[in-house]
Design a protein around this ligand. Structure first.
Ligand SMILES: Nc1nc2c(ncn2[C@@H]2O[C@H](COP(=O)(O)OP(=O)(O)OP(=O)(O)O)[C@@H](O)[C@H]2O)c(=O)[nH]1
Ligand SMILES: [Mg+2]
Length: 200
């Protein structure tokens, strides 16, 4: 699969703003600053589509991006686990993520991003356990692979697989800066889309 066109559709601040679309959606989940927005820009070949920042807490709304004239949507969610926002804001983002996952009418798959250099956080573990429990397909992406050597990348993938209780082959190491892992991700997304179309 390739993404030849991608465009911003809308932002939602709460349940009332979320799309009830017929278009299948892929949701980006993960800790603040793990690289969700940069990953969307890499997949869509558009460095300016989703706003990114070196500081955590950049994405504060749910942002929908339509790909290939409505073939599917990429949904950029706020990150969790950012220590420096208020308790109220944390709770609000948590509810936003939860509401999205529970109520999206056409979720094809969840893409969970983890920083390849770090062990999963307790919030990551909650997400993974949730994903294991739901019947939804999901992809596990280890981001920022360009920061490690090949040997270190392999070692960290093994460690993540153990912690997350999945096979190593289920984790894709990606560098959004260098495009590493991109085609593998797109191919997996294509399979998920085909599966989704067969089940609706
Ligand atoms: N070296 C490297 N840096 C990356 C990569 N992906 C993202 N980054 C950097 O990580 C920082 C955070 O990226 P974002 O895409 O804004 O992260 P996010 O997960 O959307 O963050 P929130 O919106 O706060 O949840 C930015 O400085 C990016 O340039 C990568 O593959 N390699
Ligand atoms: Mg973001």
């Amino acid at each position: 699969m390739i993404i030849r066109k991608a465009e911003f559709v809308k932002s939602a601040a709460d349940k009332s703003g979320m799309l009830e679309s017929k278009i299948p959606e892929f949701a980006m989940c993960g800790r603040s600053n793990v690289g969700k927005s940069t990953f969307i820009n890499m997949l869509t070949n558009n460095g300016k589509l989703a706003k990114t920042s070196k500081d955590p807490g950049r994405t504060r709304l749910i942002n929908y991006f339509s790909c290939n004239d409505g073939e599917f949507m990429l949904v950029d969610l706020p990150g969790y686990g950012y220590a420096r926002v208020s308790k109220e804001e944390k709770a609000k983002w948590g509810i936003m993520i939860e509401d999205y996952l529970n109520s999206s009418t056409n979720l094809a798959g969840v893409i969970l991003l983890l920083d390849i250099r770090h062990s999963p956080s307790s919030d990551d573990m909650i997400m993974v356990n949730y994903l294991h429990q739901t019947a939804k397909p999901f992809l596990l992406i280890a981001t920022k692979a360009d920061k490690l050597s090949r040997a270190q990348t392999a070692k960290q993938k093994r460690m993540l697989a153990q912690d997350l209780k999945v096979g190593e082959a289920n984790i894709i190491a990606v560098s959004s800066l260098k495009g590493e892992g991109k085609q593998q991700v797109l191919d997996k997304m294509e399979s998920i889309l085909n599966f989704h179309q067969d089940t609706v």
